[in-house]
Design a protein around this ligand. Structure first.
Ligand SMILES: Nc1nc2c(c(=O)[nH]1)N[C@H]1C(S)=C(S)[C@@H](COP(=O)(O)O)O[C@H]1N2
Ligand SMILES: [Mo]
Length: 319
């Protein structure tokens, strides 16, 4: 199907997520920077073990959904991170020896500024924001997570991409000694992902360094991972060590391994099913396995904000 430009969307098409996103505040946030206030951390459901480092100076973002976040336990014990194994419990069980510090990220390709930078140089100059986003997995489950991070676009602009930079490619660290899944050929390691540059620059796209007020647990992609709220979870690549500005559509782990099942865009779309299951509904984690599924929203509820990126594109072909 073709999706419409935001202004052509009838009120009857407007997704229920818009009810959760305060549109007036969204507009404010889109138009004005620096309007967010420093607010105290609200009390959070679930105990956060003291070993996790608290992140300071975090501001609340107007881009958050007001849906109830999943518990810290849900968010950190039900994960996909194949570097640690393919079961949902493998990442928490097998990532204890992973060392996310010290960390550096290489920025290369079509940009005026390139090089290898320490994590502080990458994230340090930016204000951390809390963004409550729902992560919708391609496997038809979802979770609401209070992420902490920076808008990816703010970071990318510092490296002055050239006019040849049409896409941004990302790579996960290769560390088979600490990542048992990498000792088996589950995927063509390292895990790689990519975005079109306009998707990467969109204000909803963030690089996360934490969740629930603390630094990212290993199983969630420490110390730096992508979160793109309108795309299936697999686009949100974890433990990033390389960001490359490239001219042509980059290799991406899932769509190049199983192109019939996973597309480059991987936009959440209830009308385009996975060849082996429906994408029309999703199971909210935490509600219990037998709880009713909820309808999946076009672009995960962010059609108003991001449909314009795909104007004129056939989203069945470009799934
Ligand atoms: N490097 C890497 N990144 C990854 C994955 C992975 O296996 N390896 N799994 C992806 C998938 S399929 C999902 S749904 C999300 C899950 O993120 P979470 O565990 O923080 O909920 O991570 C994504 N990022
Ligand atoms: Mo996923």
């Amino acid at each position: 199907m073709l999706i419409k430009k935001p202004r052509d969307i009838k009120s009857s098409d407007i997704t229920p997520e818009s009810v959760y996103l305060d549109r007036r505040k969204l507009l404010q946030a889109a138009g004005l920077s620096g309007t967010a206030m420093l607010l105290p951390q609200a009390a959070r459901p679930g105990d956060i073990p003291a070993r996790y480092k608290k992140l300071e100076g975090v501001i609340k973002s107007h881009y958050s959904t007001s849906r109830e976040p999943n518990s810290f336990e849900d968010v950190t014990t039900y994960n996909n991170f194949y570097e640690f194994g393919t079961k949902k419990s493998d990442p928490v069980d097998n990532s204890g020896n992973f060392k996310p510090q010290p960390w550096s990220v290489t920025i290369d390709g079509e940009a005026e500024v390139t090089g290898t930078f320490g994590l502080e140089d990458i994230v340090g100059p930016h204000t951390l924001e809390e963004r409550i986003y729902r992560l919708r997995c391609v496997e038809a489950w979802s979770m609401v997570v209070p992420w902490i991070g920076i808008p990816l676009g703010d970071l990318l602009k510092r490296f002055k991409p050239t006019s040849k930079a049409k896409y941004v490619a990302f790579e996960t660290i290769m560390r088979p000694g600490e990542m048992p899944g990498q000792r088996r050929s589950i995927l063509d390691w390292p895990y790689r992902e990519g975005l079109r540059i306009d998707e990467a620059m969109h204000p909803l796209t963030i690089l996360a360094t934490g969740l629930y007020g603390v630094a990212l647990p290993n199983q969630n992609g420490a110390p730096l991972r992508l979160v793109i709220p309108w795309k299936y979870g697999f686009k949100s690549i974890k433990s990033i060590v390389r960001i490359s500005f490239v001219e042509t559509m980059p290799y991406t782990s899932w769509s190049d391994t199983l192109p019939r099942e996973y597309g480059f865009y991987a936009n959440v779309n209830p009308e385009v099913d996975h060849p082996r299951w429906s994408q029309a509904r999703e199971r909210p984690i935490g509600a219990g396995f037998f709880a009713a599924k909820i309808p999946t929203l076009m672009l995960n509820g962010y059609a108003d904000q991001v449909a314009g990126l795909y104007t004129g594109m056939d989203l069945v072909k470009n799934f």
